[in-house]
Design a protein around this ligand. Structure first.
Ligand code: SF4
Length: 473
């Protein structure tokens, strides 16, 4: 996260005041949900595929160290140079070193959430290197000076009018137009020149097969292929969980990913990168680097329950179906990963003290779990993280930060009252007599603010039963 202090409550309140944002999101999410539904119209087939996807991801995570070692060996054998980074800063330094070695001052980038996690563009800018986003959505938000608001469609929060205005103002010599084809042509023309100017290309990795050392990259615009083919050097960055065991594990995951993300059977481009340009080949980079980033993932892997977070294939469909995300958009979350996946991933990476408030933004309606193509039990993990916020013996960084003396005392008192029959009877009597005075101010304000105050019975169950002469033990 950038240095700005994270205040989720404030961000949410601000976002809810933005009616244009909600309108844009409602329109876009509705379309994405329909497309996904159409491509997965056979529920039984989808379920079978999800079970398969889940087992592929769980198998990969169960032998992750071994697979990563194999991936490194295979990639090295194929001529790809492998780097390991424990922190995002180390990963940035590795990219910088490669750029400096090649005396490169322009980086053309395909879409990569890991590079967002690294805040790579800003880091490179501080070292005099220009990073140019070439994915259309990323290009739009780079022009606007914003961060992505969705993990698949980064500029989803913007409508056509806003983009028209942005192109007109930010791309020199561009006339104002609201024609989609013309807007596409403007972006295409602007970016095409940049591919040739970029000395180094950077991409993410959707999956990497340990068996063959193959990096798989799915995309629709062809910009990913340009970034990984035109510049003489290609750098691929990936989170260490992206590895799968075999090449044959990739097709079912692609089917789940593209169907869930964009409602497509398959994307326009599926790039399988196995080596740099070989002797006699006419195109392709002469040098390929793979940067494998940890950034807290090993710690997540060590916990058998929380490990399920790493099954994620970043399809973004949990965002599209989340009643919270679809009202507030991605920027309100304040970190790189928004929506349901962000709620479980970010607090584990950044710590509960810093990002734990996100876990409160869930109605636990289970929509995210129902649509997740690899069956991550997101609500269960949200509950776990919520509990850890209060638990002094928890394992997640920042656990117990919400534990408060008053709350502990209140629960102790509750326990006492319910253990001693006389106290229980007295408190029930008091609640019946004075419960209607339950305050709308003070510590109970938050609760009564959005809920109807409970009406306590005038008599306890014991009294009623006794009066009515019902036999009981
Ligand atoms: S948690 Fe599931 S639904 Fe959400 S982005 Fe990851 S794979 Fe997709």
């Amino acid at each position: 996260m950038e240095n700005k202090k994270f205040n989720f409550k404030e961000n949410t309140a601000q976002a809810l005041l933005d009616s244009r944002l909600r309108k844009n999101l409602k329109f876009a999410m509705g379309a994405m949900i329909q497309k996904r539904r159409a491509v997965f119209s056979n529920a039984q087939e989808l379920e079978k595929l999800r079970v398969l996807g889940n087992s592929i991801r769980r198998r990969a995570l169960s032998k992750l160290p071994e697979l990563l070692e194999k991936l490194e060996n295979k990639c090295t054998e194929n001529g790809i140079i492998v780097h390991w980074a424990e922190t995002t800063n180390q990963a940035c330094e590795i990219v910088l070193e490669i750029m400096q070695k090649h005396k490169a001052d322009k980086l053309v980038k395909g879409k990569s959430m890991v590079s967002e996690e690294m805040h790579l563009n800003k880091f490179l800018e501080q070292h005099g290197i220009e990073a140019i986003e070439t994915d259309l959505g990323e290009f739009i938000i780079q022009l606007a000076g914003e961060t992505p608001s969705h993990i698949i469609v980064p500029a989803i929060h913007k409508n056509k009018d806003e983009i028209s205005k942005l192109f007109h103002e930010k791309i020199p010599g561009t006339p104002y137009t609201e024609e989609v084809e013309e807007l596409n042509a403007i972006a295409r023309k602007t970016l095409r020149k940049m591919f040739y100017e970029g000395h180094v290309g950077l991409s993410g990795v959707n999956m990497a097969a340990a068996e063959t050392g193959t990096l798989c990259l799915v995309e629709n615009e062809g910009n990913g292929r340009m970034c990984t083919t035109v510049p003489p050097v290609h750098i691929a960055v990936m989170g260490l969980e992206k590895v799968v065991e075999k090449l044959e594990d990739i097709p079912p995951l692609i089917r789940l990913l593209t169907g869930s993300a964009t409602g497509q059977l398959i994307t326009t481009y599926v790039n399988m990168i196995t080596s740099p340009r070989k002797a006699g080949e006419k195109d392709g980079p002469k040098e390929i680097h793979l940067v494998i980033l940890d950034n807290g993932r090993s710690k997540i892997l060590a916990d058998p329950q929380l490990r399920q977070t790493l099954q994620c294939i970043r399809c973004g469909t949990c965002l599209n179906h989340c009643p919270v995300y679809t009202r507030i958009g991605g920027h309100a979350y304040g970190f790189v990963y928004p929506g349901p996946i962000g709620k479980i991933l970010t607090p584990q990476m950044e710590g509960l003290e810093k990002a734990g408030a996100m876990t409160t933004a869930s109605s636990l309606c289970n929509a995210c779990e129902e649509v997740c193509p690899v069956k991550i039990p997101i609500p269960e993990l949200i509950r776990r993280l919520r509990n850890e916020s209060y638990d002094l013996n928890g394992t997640v960084q920042g656990h117990g930060y919400k534990k408060h003396f008053m709350e502990t005392a209140a629960w102790k008192a509750w326990e006492l009252v319910n253990r001693i029959p006389a106290l229980n009877a007295a408190s029930t009597k008091m609640a019946g007599l004075f419960g209607h005075m339950l305050p709308k101010a003070g510590p109970l304000k938050e609760w009564t603010h959005t809920r109807t105050k409970p009406v306590f019975a005038q008599k306890s169950l014991h009294e009623t039963v006794k009066e009515q002469g019902v036999a009981h033990e």
